[in-house]
Structures are given as C-alpha cells and as structure tokens.
Design a protein around this ligand. Structure first.
Ligand code: HEM
Length: 166
C-alpha cells in the first residue's frame, strides 16, 4: 500500500489528489474492499415480502420480514477461497470479479447504494492522503477490535500512534 502511494505521489505530501491518482490507487481500493468483505459496515439488509414466496426451500407468507446476512455471505466458502483470510491480493488478480451477489457491501439489485462510487472515491482519497503524510500504527496489535453493531457496525475504540512520515 505504501509503495503504491509513494509511487503515485513521489513524496509530494501536499499536492491535491487527481482523478487519475484515484484510478491508479488499485491496491488501496483492494484493501478497502477486502476490509469491507471481512467486516462489512452494513451487516445485514432488511426486506419484507410483498407476496408469499419460496426462499431457501421454505414457503414464507406475505409480510414476512427477512434479513439478508451480509457477513455470512462475505464469509461463505462457496463464494470465497479461504473466506476468513484477510487477503487484499484476491482483488488484484487480473479479471477477478466476485461471484454474483457474493460481495454486497453496497447491497445489490434495485436498492443498491446510489452513493457507492462516491463512497469508494472518498475512502481511497482518505486512505492515500492520510498514509502519504502519516505513519499510523496500532498501539496494541493483539487487542480485540471493539465494535458496536446496530444498523451499521462502527469501531467504538481504537488506539493508534500517529507520526509524521519522513
Ligand atoms: C462506505 C460507505 C457506504 C456503504 C457501506 C453503504 C451501504 C449501503 C447499502 C448496503 C445500501 C442498501 C440498503 C438496502 O438494500 O436495504 C445502501 C443504500 C443507500 N445508500 Fe449507501 N452506503 C455508503 C455510502 C453512501 C453514500 C456516500 C451515499 C450518498 C451520497 C449513500 C446513499 C444511499 C442511499 C440513498 C441508499 C438507499 C437506496 C434505496 O433504498 O433505493 N450511501 N447503502
């Protein structure tokens, strides 16, 4: 990640980021996708059946509330090789596309997130602009991640040390 950022910005810590940079920050994008696969911000999607329907081999009456479990789909070994392994490189393989509906950090279908492209641009920019200037290290690499889950999962506490990069 740092190699990619340094190659693109050539040690310039202040120039504005360009559209071209964003297209070239492929490994940063791969990390963001892999983090979101392992730990999706939205952990499940609620749906209500308008009409009786069959899902998963069972008949459900109209108005049944169901929740699509994003975490379960993102960790399913029918869709992902070594699903529990954090491996951003899987996104770098030439021509790699997740199987249909197996990567749904932004949902899918009719209600897919309309802000998904903007969100990805913002995340890539944030990551590149932070890490080109600062070294950010976890204080305790072994400490379990403290999260709180409601509609979305948020990090409740994370202690890091931030230093200026040379
Ligand atoms: C990392 C950031 C984001 C994530 C993970 C995310 C995730 C999602 C997901 C999973 C859904 C589908 C909900 C469903 O199917 O029930 C959704 C819907 C939506 N998102 Fe995002 N989103 C993000 C950023 C944004 C941004 C930046 C905007 C606006 C600028 C936005 C606007 C919306 C709207 C309006 C919907 C509702 C779409 C509909 O119901 O037709 N989101 N988002």
């Amino acid at each position: 990640m740092l190699n990619e950022i340094d190659r693109i910005f050539q040690d310039d810590k202040t120039r504005p980021i360009t559209e071209n940079d964003i297209h070239n920050l492929k490994y940063c994008e791969a990390i963001i996708k892999e983090v979101s696969r392992i730990f999706s911000i939205v952990n499940s999607l609620p749906r209500c059946l308008e009409t009786p329907n069959e899902i998963g081999g069972y008949q459900w009456p109209a108005e049944t509330m169901i929740r699509i479990n994003i975490d379960a789909i993102h960790h399913n070994d029918e869709y992902w090789e070594e699903p529990n392994k954090f491996n951003p490189d899987r996104w770098m393989v030439e021509g790699f596309e997740p199987k249909k509906n197996s990567f749904i950090m932004f949902g899918g279908g009719l209600r897919v997130c309309p802000g998904r492209k903007l969100a990805m641009i913002e995340l890539v920019c944030l990551m590149a602009l932070l890490f080109r200037k600062y070294e950010i290290d976890l204080i305790d690499k072994e400490a379990p991640l403290k999260t709180e889950s409601g509609v979305i999962t948020v990090c409740a506490e994370l202690f890091v040390e931030i230093k200026l990069r040379n």
